[in-house]
Design a protein around this ligand. Structure first.
Ligand SMILES: [Fe+2]
Length: 425
């Protein structure tokens, strides 16, 4: 056999490079959810057939046109492809009115009109009984914003709530987030919405859809891929304030959500660690990914933005620990290993202390009604518990998020326990 010629190794190297490029291209998920390789965008006609009955009835009653399909995914050509484009969405200061600051501190109009006010745990979570969100006056909406700022999350069962009213309520509390990629309810997009994100502002929360459309890992052992502690939309220039999730289709058992308080997490830290963190910043990333313009073959990247790691809530004036395992990447100014160790500890404070958490079962007590949870992302993390089988039991809801202020840290602000005169031990 003739010895290999001098050109063969060079040809092999080139073939290997080509192969690697092909593999990269095959793996490249140019836009979309990290699991996505589905190219069907726009209104989803096949998925409309699978819409749970209570959701369909709610939409029909609200006069929502589902004829084109449901949910609507922004069209491929409308989705920003590069991370620098996505970063520019809402990348400027815009006015924010903190409605909770206008509220009567005693919240008489809201609490006085309720049939019952149930504090679900000492530190977090209140359920209001006997009020319809659709009937709230502006005064009551201000007071609800203050109640949410104090109690972190507030629940309303047995709600007759259209997506349009849910959207209007969100618009009262801030600029409604319109997502460039997320599935949404088909509603007309108002003129003059100053964003390249084309969403209607009412996002769809439907695990069956997310799992199947986006090919998310599924199964009892893989639930952590679709669940986990996080805070919504922390990568925004003005991250989320009040989020309102209304679930219209609820499993008989399972599908609970848990929240944990950022005020209380901060109060759990030693004064020395509090002092160390006060005034520091961290990098926060998006849930969705985009291409790096400089190196599109390298794989998708997240949007990243810097915010204070301890924030002051503008209405209560209390300090809150602003981290979450899913989206806080690193603490600015620390070595990577130092940042990793400290963040891991901070995540664990939220996740391990059951006394600063509330777990909520969504089930309404009257059939045909939905349940709303209204929480403040500035002062909380949450975790959707995926312990139901969607072949038997469906969970479907709509989410509206009002974006809040540019996060800030006021060195003169106090912790919640300090402000309330409670023991700091
Ligand atoms: Fe969330």
């Amino acid at each position: 056999m003739a010895p290999p010629t001098a050109t063969e190794p060079a040809r092999n190297a080139t073939q290997e490079e080509i192969e690697q490029t092909v593999i990269k291209l095959a793996n490249l998920k140019p836009i979309g959810n990290r699991f996505s390789n589905n190219s069907q965008t726009g209104p989803q006609l096949d998925w409309l057939k699978k819409l749970p009955e209570p959701a369909r009835k709610r939409f029909e009653k609200a006069g929502i046109d589902l004829s084109q399909g449901y949910p609507v995914i922004p069209k491929r050509e409308d989705i920003p492809k590069f991370v620098d484009e996505a970063f520019e969405i809402r990348n400027k200061d815009y006015p924010y009115i903190e409605r909770a600051k206008n509220a009567d501190p005693e919240k008489k109009a809201l609490l006085g009109a309720a049939k019952e006010v149930i504090h679900l745990t000492k530190h977090i979570g209140t359920e209001i009984v006997g009020l319809q969100l659709k009937d709230l006056t502006d005064k009551q909406k201000d007071e609800l914003a203050l109640l949410v700022a104090e109690r972190v999350v507030v629940f309303f069962r047995n709600q007759d709530l259209s997506p349009q009213v849910q959207l209007a309520l969100g618009e009262y509390w801030g600029q409604v987030e319109r997502h460039p990629q997320a599935p949404h309810v088909p509603l007309p997009i108002p003129e003059g919405v100053d964003t390249i994100a084309k969403g209607s502002g009412v996002s769809v929360i439907w695990r069956r859809f997310f799992t199947e459309y986006f090919n998310a890992p599924t199964g009892f052992k893989k639930q952590s891929a679709v669940s986990g502690w996080h805070t919504d939309l922390v990568h925004e220039h003005q991250p989320s304030g009040i989020t309102h999730l209304h679930n219209d289709s609820i499993p008989a058992t399972g599908g609970d959500t848990a929240w944990a308080s950022g005020y209380a997490a901060y109060d759990k830290l030693s004064p020395a660690l509090q002092k160390f963190l006060d005034g520091k910043t961290a990098i926060y990333r998006s849930a969705h990914q985009y291409l790096d313009r400089e190196n599109p073959l390298k794989g998708p990247k997240y949007i990243e933005r810097e915010h204070p790691i301890v924030r002051t809530h503008p209405a209560t004036g209390w300090k809150t620990l602003f981290v979450n395992r899913a989206m806080t990447v690193r603490i600015v100014g620390l070595e990577p290993e130092e940042s990793k160790v400290i963040l891991e500890y901070l995540f664990s404070v939220f996740e391990k202390n059951l006394d600063i958490q509330v777990r909520f079962k969504w089930q309404p007590t009257q059939e045909g009604f939905g349940t709303s949870a209204i929480w403040d992302n500035r002062i909380s993390q949450h975790n959707a518990i995926s312990d139901y089988d969607f072949d038997d039991d469906e969970r479907h809801g709509t989410r509206v998020t009002a974006l809040a202020e540019v996060p800030y840290f006021d060195p003169n602000s106090k912790s919640q326990r300090e402000a309330l005169g409670l023991s700091l031990d």
